[in-house]
Design a protein around this ligand. Structure first.
Ligand code: ATP
Ligand code: MG
Length: 384
């Protein structure tokens, strides 16, 4: 009898001809998640088995598996020879000695000499023999013993299905640059795109010395928490202080935020091209703040050609907060910090800025030189 963790995958089966490619990436991601823990990862038809692990690591392995996109569900259980004695031995470990129970069989191997109902009855009867205070309840049992008869002469025996995060394996939907602030929204936006298989590069803008190192460390911590789901090794940071000072000096105050955002997008696009990323990702949500209007979005989209994904566009703040709590970024996001967007914040930011006015004001600046200076300040910070 062998202790195993059974991993079932989600949408991958939909992908027809690409299936092999998706499964390969899924497998690589599982290996990455389990790095540093002794284990063996095996492929069986339609499932993965984690075996040869230390019992003390079992919970940690399950926690890590629970964060891998593409995992539909997972179960702790046993792999045994598919004869009745082998199955019973595992079933006795799964099923407590009292209470109500049922046996639930699935046969991948249709040549198995007993049908599923026969197996349910036989293993059920043997469990009752072993533990007379058990009672059968097929409708609302306290315990279920699941039998999964595989095609290779083995059976998987387990007691529950744990829900995985679903989604698609990270790396199957190309790469995007996430504009990550220290706030609540952008980490959730990154999570959502990674859930759809996108690899995420982290890019943060700071206004040192107006923003401090704690603000930066907070962003690194957020990316570190996110990277449990999304992968990723670094946060890149870029300084935009000189841009903000120039805008403050030369342009209409109500456009401060609008103009800064256009610079952020230009810089992010340059970073994306260098890293082979095919889009930008932001945490914007329609109407949430003055710059997140359709006019604001139009003005920042106008300076880039890469698509800008805004997975939170239709979400309420409450919904975003719920997700941030589930992901585990919320507590870090709400720590007090100074974001570069709050430096030089005008009293009345333009809510519906006209593109012609924006361009007029921006013409007072040497855009290319400012962007280049920002790119020259790029630093990378490891997450681990
Ligand atoms: P968040 O909660 O993500 O900070 P927000 O509600 O504060 O968002 P804004 O400040 O308008 O909204 O920022 C909108 C988006 O712009 C953010 O979600 C993020 O993607 C990006 N952004 C804002 N500030 C920064 C920054 N300092 N570095 C990188 N990206 C930023
Ligand atoms: Mg913010």
């Amino acid at each position: 009898m062998e202790k195993v963790i059974i991993v079932r995958y989600a949408e991958i089966h939909l992908k027809g001809k690409n299936r092999g490619y998706f499964e390969h990436i899924f497998c690589v991601n599982l290996e990455k998640a389990l790095k540093g823990l002794r284990h063996e990862l095996r492929r069986t038809s339609g499932r993965y088995l984690v075996a040869a692990f230390d019992e003390a690591d079992a919970e940690e392995i399950c926690t890590r598996i629970s964060r891998v996109f593409g995992v539909h569900s997972y179960s702790k259980g046993y792999r045994v020879p598919n004869d009745l004695d082998g199955i019973l031995e595992a079933a006795l470990r799964i099923c407590p000695a009292s209470g109500t129970f049922k046996v639930d069989t699935h046969r991948a191997d249709k040549r198995y000499p007993m049908t599923s109902p026969q197996l349910n009855a036989e293993i059920g009867a043997r469990l009752l023999d072993a533990h007379p205070s058990l009672r059968v309840d097929v409708h609302t049992p306290e315990h279920v013993v699941y039998l999964d008869i595989r095609e290779d002469g083995t059976a998987l025996v387990f007691g529950s299905f744990e829900e995985g995060v679903g989604g698609m394996p990270v790396g199957t939907s190309s790469k995007g640059v996430l504009l990550i602030s220290g706030g609540i929204d952008s980490p959730v936006a990154g999570y959502m795109m990674a859930k759809r298989g996108m690899e995420v590069e982290y890019l943060h803008f700071h206004s040192y010395p107006y923003t401090n190192e704690q603000a930066r460390d907070k962003v690194i911590e957020l990316a570190r928490i996110l990277s449990r789901y999304t992968g990723g090794e670094f946060v890149s940071t870029v300084k935009v202080t000189h841009i903000q000072e120039e805008i403050h000096k030369k342009c209409a105050a109500e456009l401060n935020v609008t103009l800064l955002r256009r610079f952020m997008f230009r810089i992010a696009e340059c970073v994306a091209r260098k890293k082979g990323a095919k889009c930008l990702i932001t945490g914007e949500s329609l109407g949430q703040v003055a710059s997140q209007t359709i006019e604001g979005i139009t003005s920042s989209n106008a300076v880039v050609t890469l698509p800008v994904l805004r997975p939170l566009i239709g979400f309420d703040k409450e919904e975003i907060i719920l997700r941030a709590k589930k992901i585990g970024t919320f507590e870090t996001s709400v720590l007090p910090y100074e974001d570069c967007c709050t430096v030089f914040l005008p009293e009345f930011p333009a809510i519906k800025p006209k593109l012609s006015f924006i361009e007029e004001e921006e013409a007072k600046l040497d855009v290319d030189a400012l962007v280049q200076e920002a790119l020259d300040s790029l630093e990378r910070f490891p997450l681990h």
